[in-house]
Design a protein around this ligand. Structure first.
Ligand SMILES: *[C@@H]1O[C@H](CO)[C@@H](O)[C@H](O)[C@H]1NC(C)=O
Ligand SMILES: *[C@@H]1O[C@H](CO)[C@@H](O)[C@H](O)[C@H]1NC(C)=O
Ligand SMILES: *[C@@H]1O[C@H](CO)[C@@H](O)[C@H](O)[C@H]1NC(C)=O
Ligand SMILES: *[C@@H]1O[C@H](CO)[C@@H](O)[C@H](O)[C@H]1NC(C)=O
Ligand SMILES: *[C@@H]1O[C@H](CO)[C@@H](O)[C@H](O)[C@H]1NC(C)=O
Ligand SMILES: *[C@@H]1O[C@H](CO)[C@@H](O)[C@H](O)[C@H]1NC(C)=O
Ligand SMILES: *[C@@H]1O[C@H](CO)[C@@H](O)[C@H](O)[C@H]1NC(C)=O
Ligand SMILES: *[C@@H]1O[C@H](CO)[C@@H](O)[C@H](O)[C@H]1NC(C)=O
Ligand SMILES: *[C@@H]1O[C@H](CO)[C@@H](O)[C@H](O)[C@H]1NC(C)=O
Ligand SMILES: [Ca+2]
Ligand SMILES: [Ca+2]
Length: 891
């Protein structure tokens, strides 16, 4: 009864709101769907600063199939909201739902993939996404907001937690059900399209959709209509937000819901020009203004300033301004059909979204809506606008028929008349500043945004360093001057869960046995590049801020584009799920990364002219070193006795690149321990690539970069392979947890215990986590390298092997025994699992070489307590057995 009444009340309220929008003076409710680029952050902060009784931002959902990686994006949004005192705003991302072959959309589809490629999993190709750089000026910079996010934003309690995170679909549904709402789209349209396609009965509650995206009337100042700067040669028409999922955009535009579009046509007329930038520099009276200005400053300094001033435009923020002004003018009568507003000239245009290229009705292998389908997916019409050739990638030959100009138009917001067009209100240019003669800023919106961001009302409460009264950045390094150091080792990791377990272990092996010289991260595996910050934090916790961390290559060999090397295909990387158990979880270390203390070291886009930047940034010395630079630096001091041992726990991309770019490198490497590879002994002995069913016998670390595996194998290096069969001896969460559960514990063993506990629970609870057991075996390489062989009882054999790397998805990464042409390697045939669990646990529980700062919680306490008191307490609790003495620098 209660529920019935509640539903009735909500329904009545909904109806009232819908039919009589003039009732009372309730605020305009807004939901933002964002890809968390810097300009989205500006737009979000702008909206959060508005008078809440006029504009109420009620929900934020993340569009995670283009310019942001879900785990990094969602935590950045949580931190932004915490700064603004708005922990109440619902945030949605991802979801594990699927779309069936017949077009049935099951609830909670994650939106990680464009609708055309969405099937039964969150793993999948990168047809459109491949135009986005994975590294600098791309996902790495968005995920970290150029490195400035970790430096500035406070940390609150909200964060991504596996299986507890609200999904985008749920948040949209809840907010739409609660009453009339306007939706602002600032990224791809996937989330909203999925919502309207599966909930047509709720459309009436969406009053209006405001969109930043598209490019209608050509050309823009670059000479092209679109902005696919990495892919003009195949598609000069599209703009990124629409291109990320043209079919979704089509669904949104043709949904019947009123639409206002702010395309590049308009945003090109409001760049972040020099005058605006300099005025902004002098006007940073709030934390949010500071955050935005400093972000823009790094962007300017890492781009060339001329390019920045002319082409870094106000995209999403301008849309937000125009939308809010239109809503304000509509007033309570909701009557502003011509979109009167103070910031932009508006015009009605009839447009459509191009989702496939003429001639239609041709089902080549490019179009999964029709290809191999008995009835086309979603009952689409054969011969209709969705049935032509769909751009398949950067070098799609069909898109490059004309010399030096591409002819594919996927994602083009094309002006057209006829039955397939929709009438849309379009912003054509930014209005000049007529009102405010005193201001030197020549656009109305320039004045407004600085005014809004600097308002004392609804201002941010703190940044990271003002959140805590005794905040300081420290660096911990051990004093090893009198220690006889052991074997020099480089650890090359892809930041999978098992690699973090491995790293903890390596740091616990006495430095007299293993001297961990450097870490190389290879972001061609289970985690995205920005996760390098988790590595920095772990090292900080363990008092090892002295260990250099080099960022490896972002694309597997032969995957990068010959003309735009920063982007490329994902033939192999597409095997990693985007959602649960995949990137989302690795990037956040299953939600636990934020429990590590925060290191002062971090990825940062800052750089200097000496390293190829157009100008020196504020702190060029903070620049993120690359894998090859770390390698060069280490090998300067290598001699015959101190040759380096390499342990790889991921794809071999970085190692292969190092070998090929430094011919002397092989003579400096003593041996390589490779965790990975599968040698099947019979048909039923399968590999572990569970997402690529056609390839039954490969193992991930080989498959993710087969050419690199081949290059390393054939390099003549002394290789020990720790294959899947041996790793698979370690699959018991129970035994591992039990061995760690001793009366003596260290902060690191507690952390590892929590991580394993969580993996174990997820493994039991949810289909999407069935594979996580395989991460346990990743520690075997380090154990073999640093552990006691009497306990581990390793058995080795020699074998001649080769790895398949032919560009064939169904065979690549498989290892074959070949007595004639194979390379001789040592294979770790078996290792005692009990010995492994015990060695691992006893090292982690060892009080020596233990954490210098146990957790973020401990760091937080230190930052809210006066330093003199902290020192007294520290003295009492420091165990005398610690061999690593601590040195601190306060920077
Ligand atoms: C916010 O808007 C309401 C209603 O229009 C008004 O009463 C109030 O004074 C405004 N607050 C501020 C700080 O402008
Ligand atoms: C945080 O805010 C304080 C006070 O405004 C400022 O001095 C400091 O520079 C800010 N921190 C950063 C990293 O910008
Ligand atoms: C758009 O189409 C409508 C009919 O669908 C037509 O009345 C109108 O004139 C068209 N507008 C433009 C700008 O072509
Ligand atoms: C496709 O059409 C058939 C028959 O008209 C209908 O039963 C089915 O629900 C439709 N499927 C979708 C996804 O619209
Ligand atoms: C790299 O890929 C291209 C096709 O994109 C192929 O022709 C070439 O053989 C590949 N190279 C290697 C070494 O596999
Ligand atoms: C390789 O070693 C040779 C001889 O030691 C040296 O002359 C040469 O400079 C080295 N090359 C590189 C790239 O370090
Ligand atoms: C390779 O390294 C192993 C120890 O890691 C050693 O026993 C073996 O002799 C080395 N092989 C060669 C050819 O150097
Ligand atoms: C750890 O040990 C304690 C006491 O010995 C026990 O209560 C607890 O259940 C154990 N936890 C696990 C995960 O085995
Ligand atoms: C697995 O571990 C057991 C001991 O727990 C050992 O007897 C066996 O040889 C190991 N097998 C492999 C393949 O490592
Ligand atoms: Ca955006
Ligand atoms: Ca790994």
């Amino acid at each position: 009864m209660f529920w019935f009444l509640l539903v009735l009340v909500i329904t009545i309220l909904g109806l009232l709101g819908h039919n009589f929008p003039c009732v009372g003076s309730s605020p305009h409710r807004i939901l933002v769907d964002t890809d968390v680029d810097t300009d989205d952050i500006i737009a979000l902060l702008y909206l959060l600063k508005l008078n809440k009784s006029e504009f109420d931002l009620v929900g934020i959902t993340l569009s995670a199939n283009a310019w942001t990686n879900a785990g990094h994006g969602v935590n950045q949004v949580y931190d932004l909201l915490h700064m603004m005192g708005r922990d109440d705003i619902a945030v949605g991302v991802g979801g594990e739902g699927v779309i069936l072959d017949d077009g049935t959309i099951l609830p909670d589809v994650g939106g990680y993939l464009p609708i055309i490629d969405q099937g039964m999993a969150t793993a999948g190709g990168c047809r459109y996404r491949q135009t986005i750089p994975k590294g600098r000026k791309g996902l790495l910079d968005m995920d970290s907001n150029y490195g400035f996010r970790k430096h500035f934003l406070p940390q609150g309690n909200r964060r991504y937690t596996p299986l507890q995170q609200s999904t985008a679909q749920k948040v949209i549904a809840n907010k739409v059900l609660e009453g009339p709402i306007s939706i602002f789209l600032m990224g791809s349209h996937t989330n909203l399209a999925l919502f309207v396609m599966s909930n047509p009965h709720l459309k009436h509650n969406i009053q209006h959709i405001y969109i930043m995206g598209g490019s209608v009337r050509c050309p823009n100042p670059t000479g092209f209509c679109g902005n696919l700067f990495t892919d003009f040669t195949s598609n000069p028409y599209a703009e990124f937000n629409i291109f990320a999922d043209p079919f979704a955009a089509y669904q949104v535009f043709h949904s019947g819901i009123p639409i206002t579009l702010v395309p590049l046509d308009a945003t090109n007329t409001i760049p972040t020009n020099k005058k605006f930038f300099e005025t902004f520099e002098k006007n940073q009276r709030t934390f949010e203004a500071q955050y935005i200005f400093k972000s823009l400053e790094i962007i300017r300094d890492t781009w060339s300033p001329e390019v920045f001033y002319s082409s870094y435009c106000m995209w999403d923020s301008f849309m937000a301004g125009v939308a809010v002004s239109i809503m304000k003018n509509a007033g309570n009568n909701n009557n502003n059909n011509n979109g009167e507003n103070v910031f932009a000239e508006m015009e009605y245009m009839n447009i459509t979204i191009v989702t496939s290229n003429e001639p239609y009705g041709l089902t080549d292998a490019s179009n999964p809506f029709f290809d191999k389908q008995i009835t086309p997916k979603f009952n689409l019409t054969l011969g209709g606008v969705h049935s032509g050739h769909v751009q398949s990638g950067l070098n799609d030959p069909i898109c490059m028929q004309r010399r030096d100009k591409g002819n594919c138009k996927d994602g083009y917001t094309k002006e057209t008349t006829g039955p397939d067009s929709v009438q849309v209100l379009v912003a054509t240019r930014a209005k000049l500043n007529k009102k405010n003669y005193k201001s030197e800023l020549d656009r109305e919106f320039y004045v407004d945004i600085l005014d809004v961001l600097n308002r004392p009302e609804e201002a941010g409460r703190f940044n990271l360093s003002t959140q805590f009264p005794y905040y300081r950045e420290e660096r911990f390094t051990p004093d090893l001057s009198t220690t006889q150091l052991g074997k020099p080792v480089i650890f090359d990791m892809d930041m999978s869960a098992g690699d973090f377990l491995t790293l903890f272990y390596l740091l616990k092996v006495p430095v007299e046995i293993i001297d961990l010289k450097a870490i190389i991260v290879s972001p061609t595996g289970w985690a995205n590049a920005a996760t390098i910050d988790v590595v920095y934090d772990l090292l900080h916790m363990m008092g090892r801020d002295d260990i250099p961390v080099g960022l490896g290559y972002l694309l597997a060999l032969n995957q990068s584009d010959p003309t735009s090397p920063s982007v490329g295909d994902c033939l192999y990387a597409k095997a990693i799920p985007q959602g649960c158990g995949g990137f989302l979880d690795s990037d956040t270390l299953y939600g636990l990364a934020r429990d590590l203390p925060r290191s002062a070291r971090r990825y940062i886009a800052e750089t200097s002219v000496a390293h190829g930047a157009p100008r020196n940034t504020d702190s060029p010395e903070l620049r993120q070193p690359l894998a090859l630079e770390v390698w060069k630096y280490l090998t300067k001091s290598v001699n015959e006795e101190s040759k380096i041992t390499v342990l790889t726990n991921g794809p071999l991309t970085s190692l292969a690149k190092i070998i090929s770019s430094d011919k002397n490198s092989t003579s400096l490497i003593k041996g390589v321990y490779i965790v990975g590879g599968h040698i099947n002994i019979n048909k039923s002995d399968k590999g572990n690539i569970f997402t690529v069913t056609s390839n039954a016998y490969a193992e991930f670390n080989m498959f993710l970069d087969p050419l690199a595996a081949k290059a390393v194998l054939e390099s003549g290096l002394n290789i020990t392979l720790i294959p899947l069969a041996t790793q698979r001896n370690l699959t018991s969460f129970h035994m591992m947890l039990n061995s760690l559960n001793s009366t003596v514990q260290t902060p690191e063993s507690q952390f590892v215990h929590r991580l394993l506990d969580r993996l174990h629970a997820l493994h039991q609870d949810h289909m999407s986590y069935k594979h996580v057991g395989m991460f346990l075996g990743e520690i075997v390489g380090a154990l073999f390298l640093g552990g006691d062989h009497a306990v581990l009882k390793p058995k080795l054999r020699d074998e001649q092997v080769k790895v398949i790397a032919e560009g064939s998805e169904s065979k690549d990464g498989q290892i074959l025994i070949d007595k004639l042409h194979g390379r001789r390697v040592q294979i770790l045939e078996s290792i005692d699992s009990r010995g492994c669990y015990e060695s691992f646990a006893s090292k982690l529980n060892d009080k020596r070489q233990s954490a210098v700062i146990g957790s973020f919680e401990e760091q937080r306490k230190k930052w809210i307590t006066s330093p003199s008191r902290t020192l007294r307490r520290k003295k009492r609790t420091t165990p005398p057995s610690r061999t690593l003495r601590r040195k601190k620098w306060i920077t």
